[in-house]
Design a protein around this ligand. Sequence first.
Ligand code: ZN
Length: 252
Amino acid sequence: MCSVSWLQNNQSLSICFNRDEQISRSKAHPPQPIFKNGVTILSPTDPDGGGTWLSVNDYAITLCLLNLYEFQTINNDPAKPKISRGILVHNLAFCTSLENVITVIQQQDLAQFQPFRLLFISPTEKQELRWDGRNFEQYALPSFCSSSSVETQSVIQQRIEQFAEYHPQDVKAQLNLHQSHYPQKGAYSICMHRDDATTVSLSHLFINQNQVIFNYHNGSPCENHSSTTNTLMLNPHTQKHMASLFNNSFHS
Ligand SMILES: [Zn+2]
């Protein structure tokens, strides 16, 4: 249960992630930097599963995890307990390319995982890697993706239509969309509210040619809650690559 959008121009890439969760689930830990194998990541942590639903690293690679509820009943053999998909995302967060991510996923016994959509978002590549419980496939990533455990197809369709209609062109409009209650405050709105579940956080990642600014709003996007901001410098190689891609400085 989540909504993700990305927006890129010739200066920056902006990613918003509404995390929708059961109210009973423990509150997540805000993003923390972790350094391993020469790669630094920034990632919030889910204390229940120990993994994450969102990570970014100093190669300007962002990974977002969405559950694939449409296929959840497939591959539900109780004799084969499932491993948390969030743990997989945490391990993949240190990958330095799309090829690297795909290779690591293909090395897994995917039958251990419930179906998922892993969104790979970098300034140069946007791909969806999808495990539906039977097949692992790769798709071009649209600018907006959503999931819902309740009325899955109609909720997703409604939100996609809302995104298309609203069509955010700048960061302010994108953030507004993620705080919005269309058609009303409830299960269908992108800022989601139900009795049993709600949007529990809004992560906003802003990536320019030098750094990632990760703003983590720890509560419903439509309400005032504490937020934390972390900055992650891109590594020198990636900064050089971004300089040629983002042809104007963020500050100009
Ligand atoms: Zn709301």
